[in-house]
Design a protein around this ligand. Structure first.
Ligand SMILES: Cc1cc2nc3c(=O)[nH]c(=O)nc-3n(C[C@H](O)[C@H](O)[C@H](O)COP(=O)(O)O)c2cc1C
Length: 314
């Protein structure tokens, strides 16, 4: 299956390491021969040159739109805003008509331009460069617009919205419950609540307290190396008015002191402490699928265990 890969390189481990690089998210668009709009989600966008004005994006050779995009007179790059996560997901899934119900119009050079984006670039195709299982599409910017929306972020297979997160944390005045989607590869750690139901590992934070407290709590509860990542969810419990802040966290290898790891496809969704936890976990499962799918390393089987280098680089 991985016959073309260097044997020493585990594609999944490499993909995970590539995923440490924080990027934005774009939707790259063009028109097919029949004049229908096509597009796909890409985070491989980079600015290339100011004079001449060039940009690049990497396109998988396996893309259903490969012929269309490499044969078109040009393409558009839409930099998604932090409210457009759903659009990113639509353009990363094999959806029949990704433009259905979407606000878009042809740009000055003809590429489909989406509404509400942080910025867009309408390009003439300048060059196509070989890039292994991808090609590099180089576009010459013919027209562009810089909106004022904040961009959507992407790292380690998950979206983040820095400006929204800042606002949400600021709005959660007073004490909050800080929870963790504590993942290790394709599993998450859940803890029992004493009534046979499962919950996210969580601790109370008093107003203004440092979220490092959550890292300590996780490390103590699990007895494993723990790191706290991006903010994942902020919500208020409708029953008791409690504020919840959920972070993405990573746990290291070893048996957990407390709690249990559940594979993402076998979470105890019918035995959760509350429905909000179920919503957070279901979203996490759905987004990890897109993340894995999105990084399109062949058609690798999910659920395989690959060694991950833990701790600090030596
Ligand atoms: C955040 C994210 C970034 C992605 N970046 C790229 C990329 O740079 N290049 C690429 O070819 N596919 C990328 N993908 C995967 C494609 O969006 C996905 O495979 C899509 O289904 C391709 O559609 P197509 O086959 O209709 O072209 C990414 C997916 C996600 C979720």
């Amino acid at each position: 299956m991985n016959g073309h890969l260097h044997p020493a390189v585990d594609p999944r481990a490499l993909r995970d390491a590539f995923g440490a690089f924080l990027t934005g998210v774009t939707v790259v668009t063009a028109h097919d021969a029949a004049g229908q709009p096509v597009g796909f989600t890409a985070n491989s966008f980079a600015s290339l040159s100011l004079d001449p004005p060039l940009l690049l994006v990497c396109l998988a050779r396996t893309s259903r739109n490969f012929q269309t995009l490499t044969g078109a007179a040009g393409f558009g790059v839409n930099v998604l805003s932090e409210h457009q996560k759903d659009i990113s997901n639509t353009f990363a899934r094999p959806v029949e008509d990704r433009f259905a119900g979407l606000d878009w119009q042809p740009g000055p050079h003809g590429s489909p331009i989406l509404g509400g984006v942080a910025a867009w670039f309408d390009c003439a195709l300048h060059d196509i460069v070989d890039g292994g299982d991808h090609v590099i599409l180089i576009g010459r910017v013919e027209a562009f617009e810089n909106g004022n929306a904040n961009g959507l972020g992407y790292a380690r297979g998950s979206y983040f919205a820095p400006a929204l997160a800042q606002k949400a944390v600021a709005a959660a005045a007073g004490d909050v419950t800080a929870g963790a989607v504590a993942a290790r590869r394709d599993e998450v750690l859940l803890v029992e609540d004493g009534q046979g139901r499962y919950a996210l590992p969580a601790c109370r934070l008093s107003a203004g307290a440092n979220p490092d407290r959550l890292q300590l709590h996780l490390a103590e509860t699990s007895g494993l190396p723990a790191s706290v990542g991006f903010l994942y969810s902020v919500y208020q419990d409708s029953k008791n008015g409690e504020q919840h802040i959920v972070y993405r966290c990573e746990l290291g290898d070893g048996a957990p002191r407390a709690g249990r790891f559940f594979p993402l496809d076998a979470l105890p969704l019918d035995r959760l402490a509350d429905s909000a936890t179920g919503d957070v976990l279901k979203r996490y499962v759905a987004e990890s699928r897109i993340g894995n799918f999105g990084m399109y390393v062949g058609n690798e089987e999910r659920g395989q265990v690959h060694a991950l280098v833990q701790g600090a680089p030596r």
